[in-house]
Design a protein around this ligand. Structure first.
Ligand SMILES: Cc1ncc(COP(=O)(O)O)c(C=O)c1O
Length: 373
């Protein structure tokens, strides 16, 4: 519970001192962007701080539909539905659309929210090895016939490793086995693709091949809340029946306005995506040149520095903080002991100079850690 005061952008204030910040996912710098702040203030003045009811009753505001239209437009789907939390979106939606006679297969690195949704659903749950769709294919060949419905769940960008699954290959597999596909784009919406449309745009797949495009608005979209985008029929079904939507208040005006403004800024300023990519590539290239193990990270602003020892990873994180750099340690059991790491999130707020000096200091401290045994 390290207190980060002020707006978390390239820097944040810890214990009264400004430190370089690589530990938050404000990828496009939309949190703290003047247009986003103004939109939030305006929405609160117009609609108040809460919509004070479920949207199905009297909580519906114009801004909800505007946000959902904008999300659907970015993702290339017919419609979208928003929820008050990204984590709760996965829990309530997965828990709702499959049941005890169904099977959920998910990547072994799936986020906790996906696992909680599986539990709630009562479906049989089987993980498959990370990004190994040949293994998934073999698994489904053996057991598909035992279940009514099969839901495959993956993520667009994996938040510990910064790698991207081979979506076209997965679509082949899911079609072969008549499975539904859900992709959690928490770290890929507003990040991947020419206009920030996510992994679907990155690979140029037909968006209708994926039934549920889900994600959160707390990262690139500077708000708080989750969404599912897909066919108009799916969204209508979810709006009338999903417990976490029907029996929960609508997303707050402030959060709806923040993400709506972020989506509009992104559309007006697509060069932000080039900047994010250039800076991410610079960090990755410099880190590799310095002999740092960055795992499978590529084309994303999530870059791990794998240390492979929890105590050393923690020590490195503390040393960097003393030198004015905040990067979160990811320790066992969040990852296996030989994969513990510092994780760096790159944002458009960073400068080239900040990245160069950070990788230099990181390499120095890693070398000291290694010589110390
Ligand atoms: C893949 C994934 N799904 C869901 C979530 C939950 O989103 P939120 O923090 O906005 O509730 C996260 C957040 O860390 C995530 O990384």
């Amino acid at each position: 519970f390290l207190v980060n005061d002020g707006v978390t952008r390239d820097t944040s204030m810890i214990g009264g001192a400004d430190v370089l910040n690589f530990s938050s996912y404000n990828y496009l710098g939309m949190s703290g962007h003047p247009a986003v702040t103004a939109a939030v203030q305006d929405a609160v003045a117009r609609y108040g701080s809460s919509v004070s009811a479920s949207r199905l009753l009297s909580g519906e505001k114009t801004i909800h539909a505007e946000l959902e239209r904008e999300l659907a437009a970015l993702l290339g789907t017919e419609d979208a539905i928003t929820f008050t939390s990204g984590h709760a979106t996965n829990v309530t939606v997965i828990g709702h659309i499959v049941g005890p006679e169904d099977l959920i297969v998910h990547d072994s690195l799936a986020h906790d929210s996906i696992l909680q949704g599986c539990k709630l659903s009562g479906a049989t749950r089987r993980p498959f090895p990370h990004n190994d769709f040949a293994a998934l294919d073999r698994m489904l060949t053996g057991i598909r016939h035992l279940y009514r419905r099969v839901l495959v769940v993956i993520e667009g960008v994996y938040s510990q490793d910064g790698d991207i699954p081979d979506l076209p290959a997965l679509i082949e597999v899911k079609k072969r086995h008549q499975a539904l596909l859900m992709i959690d784009e928490a770290h890929s919406i507003g990040v991947l693709g020419a206009t920030g449309g996510g992994i679907g745009e990155y690979f140029g797949v037909d968006r209708a091949e994926v039934e549920l495009w889900s994600g959160t608005m707390s990262k690139a979209l500077a708000g708080c809340g989750g969404y599912v985008a897909g066919s108009a029929e799916l969204v209508r079904f979810l709006k009338y029946t999903t417990p976490g939507f029907v029996y929960s208040v609508g997303i707050t005006p402030a959060n709806a306005a923040a993400s709506l403004a972020a989506l509009r800024e992104l559309r007006a300023e697509p060069a932000l995506l080039d900047r994010l990519r250039t800076l991410s590539r610079l960090f990755l290239t410099l880190a590799k040149e310095a002999g740092i193990d960055t795992g499978d990270s590529h084309d994303t602003p999530v870059i791990p520095c794998i240390v492979g020892d929890s105590m050393k990873t923690l020590a490195l994180s503390n040393t960097l903080l003393r030198r004015g750099i905040n990067a979160n340690p990811i320790l066992y059991p969040a990852v296996p002991e030989d994969k513990t790491r510092l994780r760096f999130f790159i944002t458009t707020c960073h400068t080239e100079e900040q990245i160069r000096s950070t990788v230099k200091i990181l390499a120095e401290e890693l070398a000291l850690l290694r010589t110390a045994g």
